[in-house]
Design a protein around this ligand. Sequence first.
Ligand SMILES: O=c1ccn([C@@H]2O[C@H](COP(=O)(O)OP(=O)(O)O[C@H]3O[C@H](CO)[C@@H](O)[C@H](O)[C@H]3O)[C@@H](O)[C@H]2O)c(=O)[nH]1
Ligand SMILES: [Mn+2]
Length: 808
Amino acid sequence: MKGSMKAEAKDDDRYWVDVHREPNAVTTAADLESGGDGGRPLMFREKKVKPALLYLYRSLILTRLIAVILFIGWRIKHNNSDVMSPDLDALRQYCDLPDGGSILPAIDVFVTTADPIDEPVLYTMNYVLSILAVDYPIDRYARYLSDDSGTLIEYDALVETANFAALWAPFCRKHSIEPRAPESYFQREGMIYTGKSPSEFINDYRHVQLEYQQYKARLEMLTSTIRERSDFYNSIKTTEGAVKATWMANGTQWPGTWFEPIDNHRKGHHEGVVQVVLEHPNGSKAQHDSNVNPLNFDGIDARLPMLVYMARGKSPCYDHNKKAGNLNAQLRVSALLSNAPFVINFDCDHYINDSRALQAAMCFMLDSREGDNTAFVQFPQRFENVDPTDRYGNHNRVFFDGAMYALNGIQGPSYLGTGCMFHRLALYGIDPPRWRPNDIPVDSSKFGNSIPFLNTVLESLKQESRISPLNLDDSFIAKMMLVVSSSFDIGTDWGRGVGYIFEMATEDMVTGFHIHKQGWHSMYCTMDVDTFRGTAPINLTERLYQIVRWAGGSVEMFFSHNNPLLAGWRLHPMQRTVYLNYNIYPVTSLFLLLYALCPMMWLLPEEILIQRPFTTYVVFLIIIIALIHTIGIMEIKWVGTKWLDWWRNEQFFMIASLSAYPTTLLHIVVKLLTRGKGIRFRVTSKQTKVDDNEDKYAEMYEMRWVPMLIPAMVVLFSNTMAIGVAIGKAIVYGRVWPTTQRLHAMLGLLFNVWLMILLQPFALAVIGRWSKKPSILFILFPVAFVVFAWVYICVHVFVVNFFSSMEI
Ligand SMILES: O=c1ccn([C@@H]2O[C@H](COP(=O)(O)OP(=O)(O)O[C@H]3O[C@H](CO)[C@@H](O)[C@H](O)[C@H]3O)[C@@H](O)[C@H]2O)c(=O)[nH]1
Ligand SMILES: [Mn+2]
């Protein structure tokens, strides 16, 4: 023991040397008496690091500084190093066979919808059309629509769509139409023709447009058509007084929800439904029947891929786990019907804008570098109903183009919920080939109690690719009913380690996390045109609800066993940091909220209570803020987004920090304390109709007040008042204030104004329809300032005259 202490002391000497100081020479009694300190001994010893080491150390710091500067310089010059874009020609060369066939792998395409009213059928069907006409070998993909409402409207609409698609899909192929969602296509102007039959185009176009109008009209009539049909069958088939069923066109009762809801046929309580609308196309390409299609489709593949309608069974006894539950049911049904090795899922409010989308994703999946270990390929989300100035930051470009791209350089982007292609096996919770053990247990405790389904898992593990015609007999249908039953997940790993994970408000983040943590990679795929387009909530309140859900899901993850700190070593350290960042960023809002309430200082009679911003502090602050923004601007330049995108991002972070994020945190705290439920998945409301005459952005001008907006409102109001009072104070005391005080007042005001600029979109939302002309704020605010300044001066004069002892 002693020995080691000695050794330590010796070690010390290697680095430190004593600093010798001479004690003061003379000590006199007088000195001591007078309390002087002359001649008192030195009572602590000083040491310093040996000069040689110190210089070395300092030179290291300097070298590091130089290295950082050089690195930044290098990074600016080499700004394209991580951009990956699909090479479709290479894919074609690899996959196309000399006989015109192709070895492109099979894909199951999923679409989820929750309600025919909240999510207008026309848009969902447009989406379906864009997939039916996509540029991919027709016998190599299958289409599934999973309808969480279980209504006959969606099914009948799908049947109508299949009929119209028989015209639409070959028309798109013949004339190379883009986009292949008719609603968007017919609305676009000034398109350049790129097809091979220009002479027939005008004629074909007119015909298809007319047919589309009629198809649309039939969709709109669906509710009344089904009602009339049901009334008819009810009158002839059921007895007086019995519950009125809803009937399918073939004269059988619809197994899903009915117009007149009863147990077993109402929303949230009904049997599962699986209906194959279009069967798997057979081998021959010449399926075109000129009686149906008067257009000339010679040499065009007029077939359509398999199309399936499904609705999972629901019962009040079981949690149906929203979107993730819906997707899991699709995973199982598609396994039985087509079992493609790849699946891609979309929300019903997004359509394919570039028909090469599926091929583009395949470029990453089949690439010889990391293709086999790539679990999913995510596309950015793009929106088309957003106003040109993107008032509520819907485009989210900083996230979609900046952050996600950057992740490509680590383990890959996170899963964003829509427009994402997966390896089916990755979704089954199976390790990437790199780490895959030889025997993987495929049992019912994990995957559920369906032998045919377990067989499909084994099939997938053996890399057997299947989309082939099936014999849809009764026993097969019964097997499918089992995998869509409401209780199938119970006692299995579905939603916990198998399929889309449903323990959180946002299934996407946590599903991606589960996959990354097993060591899979992911890729981000952008193309020169938007690959997909969707609709975004353009109403502020809706937008904030969406943010609450996202932030909620992210924070919830932290307090669960999905905490990134607990993930195994296969999760890349940097990727772990990224997930941690997702988990905690909403917490920063608390500081912002406090900060944003500072302007209230102006309202206090004895001005400013907290430390005033002194000059050095302000200089540092400015340097740091300027650096943050300079770095930000560099990133924007690299990814090619606009200044406005970045600015909206800044503004929206502030607005959400004064509303959505604190609300989320409150929810989570309550949840943790009460062990209650987390944030619920509330379906984002969609645009219900676009009337040509009506304002396209009408939704945006509607203000829906909810408690979450209170803090933002308090900040906006108190800030406006504070600026008014500040002006009032300047008028009253301006002349007696010393220069420093004036300077401080100006700096303070700068802060107020900055806050106001950040809150501009919120202020626009508050004034509702007036905000059609955003510049009106330049009038409203000054007027408000003058009014508050005037009120302040009046109160001041009143107090001075009548209560002269008080000072405000
Ligand atoms: O019980 C439910 C609820 C929702 N959905 C579907 O989920 C999708 C997304 O719902 P939406 O209300 O449009 O949510 P958004 O806020 O637009 O979704 C964003 O955020 C989600 C995660 O919170 C992601 O899953 C989405 O892909 C992403 O676009 C839609 O297709 C819905 O039909 C269901 O199938 N069942
Ligand atoms: Mn959506």
